[in-house]
Design a protein around this ligand. Structure first.
Ligand code: UGA
Length: 442
């Protein structure tokens, strides 16, 4: 089947490449000509495991194309996907900025011919598909009399996680078809048929329901994390161990074992934005989400709670050197959007500390974001910790697991190790000679 994808960010590019991988013919359109030129050469604009190999393979097999021509994009396929960004908008409270989504609807309305569906994959507030439908209809009306056009706007949210996005897309745990039309459902079923095992749920719901499901899912994940971060604070106060608490809680299938890891708080381009987005939509609908307000507040204060652990051992960081291990918002990505490392780094610099950092793939991104005479990146973890007063571990990259801790403590000037992801065992770390502090494990 022929498919067009508008937007080559994480969601659009991964989705397009996976559609091509299962045999569809895919055209990816973006307004960023530089990005498209890079992709046409088989290079990817961000780090995602396995992605560049699949881009090159599917270009070579002539199932994946890239371009900037919006008209060609709309006319190429019978299903046109919208995967453009919906960043937080500062000007209108916490509502996401939907201007790019609406611009694609307008473009679709301008060039649509015959029968086509516009499929929205971007995360948007409930009711957006209907707004898009009105935009498309008014564009078509403004074209005057002509061809007979039949269209539908479908909501089809994605649930991929950065770092394992290819795997998540090729093996989805459910597909949502938010539409009232049997024809649109049939088109989505055809597109997703190669991805579905016999027991993968394909759920046909209304567009508003599909949009709500996406918000509810991400906000529930955020709720689990903030709940565990509060339990961690409590564990610190009463001398319990949050890792053991999470493990035992997770044995109950009603709770589930994932997303119970306490740490420096959730980041990334999705969870913080979607918590704000649902809070905004709740206010609009006059059904405010009190739980989510706390979820957001706990997350925002978790960075301070983490830094307080450093300050209790090193009250004045001015003039001291602090090492940061890990900068990306989670492992296996170079994405630093809303990464806890950014707030922690800036706070340390504000307080007059010198900061040296290492991350396997995110150092270029952080260097573009933060430029300060007291901040530098180092080529490996051992160079990073040389002569430092304290180490802060912020991202649980698997390569940190095998660090030679005896060597690390020997290279440091001080002996403080604050583990923001509970990667290491407190007793072992103390035996190596660290003043080790985890989250909720003291
Ligand atoms: C999230 C959702 O997990 C996906 O299902 C969704 O499709 C995606 O947003 C989206 O809306 O596009 P992602 O942003 O890639 O995916 O990141 P997550 O894996 O959810 O992690 C978010 C943050 O939570 C990270 O900072 C991570 O370190 C943190 N986290 C996660 C914890 O602090 N504790 C945990 O137990 C799990």
């Amino acid at each position: 089947m022929r498919i067009t994808i508008f937007g080559t960010g994480y969601v659009g590019l991964v989705t397009g490449v996976c559609f091509a991988e299962v045999g569809h013919e895919v055209l990816c359109i973006d307004i960023d000509a530089q990005k498209i030129a890079l992709l046409q050469e088989g290079k990817t604009p961000f780090f995602e495991p396995g992605l560049s190999e699949l881009v090159r393979k599917n270009i070579a097999e002539k199932r994946l194309y890239f371009g900037t021509d919006a008209k060609e994009g709309v006319q190429f396929a019978s299903a046109v996907f919208c995967s453009v960004g919906t960043p937080p908008s500062c000007s209108i409270g916490h509502e996401p900025d939907l201007s790019a989504v609406f611009a694609i609807s307008k473009t679709f309305g301008q060039f649509v011919k015959g029968e086509k569906i516009l499929v929205n994959k971007s995360t948007v507030p409930p009711g957006t598909a209907e707004k898009c439908r009105i935009i498309v209809a008014s564009e078509i009306a403004s074209r005057g009399k002509g061809d007979t056009i039949s269209f539908d706007v479908v909501s089809n949210p994605e649930f991929l996680q950065e770092g394992c996005a290819i795997e998540n897309t090729l093996h989805p745990d459910r597909i949502l078809a938010g539409t009232t039309s049997d024809t649109s459902e049939a088109i989505l079923r055809e597109i997703y048929a190669p991805f579905l095992c016999s027991n993968t749920p394909f759920l046909r719901v209304s567009p508003q329901t599909a949009e709500t499901i996406k918000y509810a899912a991400n906000c529930f994940l955020a709720t689990k994390i903030s709940f565990m971060n509060e339990i961690a604070r409590f564990c610190d106060a009463v001398g319990a161990d949050v890792s053991d608490v999470a493990q035992a809680m997770g044995c109950d299938p009603r709770i589930g074992s994932s997303f119970l890891r306490a740490g420096v708080g959730y980041g990334g381009s999705c969870l913080p934005k979607d918590v704000s987005g649902l809070l905004f939509s709740g206010e609009q609908a006059k059904t405010p989400f009190r739980i989510l307000e706390s979820v957001r507040e706990v997350n925002e204060t978790q960075r301070e709670v983490f830094l307080e652990k450093l300050f209790s051992l090193l009250p004045d960081v001015s003039g001291k050197t602090i090492a940061l291990l890990g900068l990306s918002f989670k492992p296996n990505t170079d994405d630093i959007r809303e990464a806890p490392s950014l707030k922690i780094l800036n706070r340390l610099l504000e307080l007059g500390a010198r900061v040296r950092a290492f991350d396997p793939v995110a150092m270029n991104n952080i260097s573009r974001e933060v430029s300060h005479e007291n901040f530098s990146c180092a080529k490996d973890p051992y160079v990073t910790v040389q002569g430092v007063d304290a180490v802060l571990l912020l991202t649980e990259w698997s390569e940190f697991q095998n660090l030679d801790m005896k060597r690390i403590v020997g290279l440091m000037k001080g002996d403080i190790f604050i583990d923001g992801r509970n990667m290491f065992h407190p007793l072992q770390m103390r035996e190596f000679g660290f003043q080790y502090v985890g989250i909720g494990r003291n």
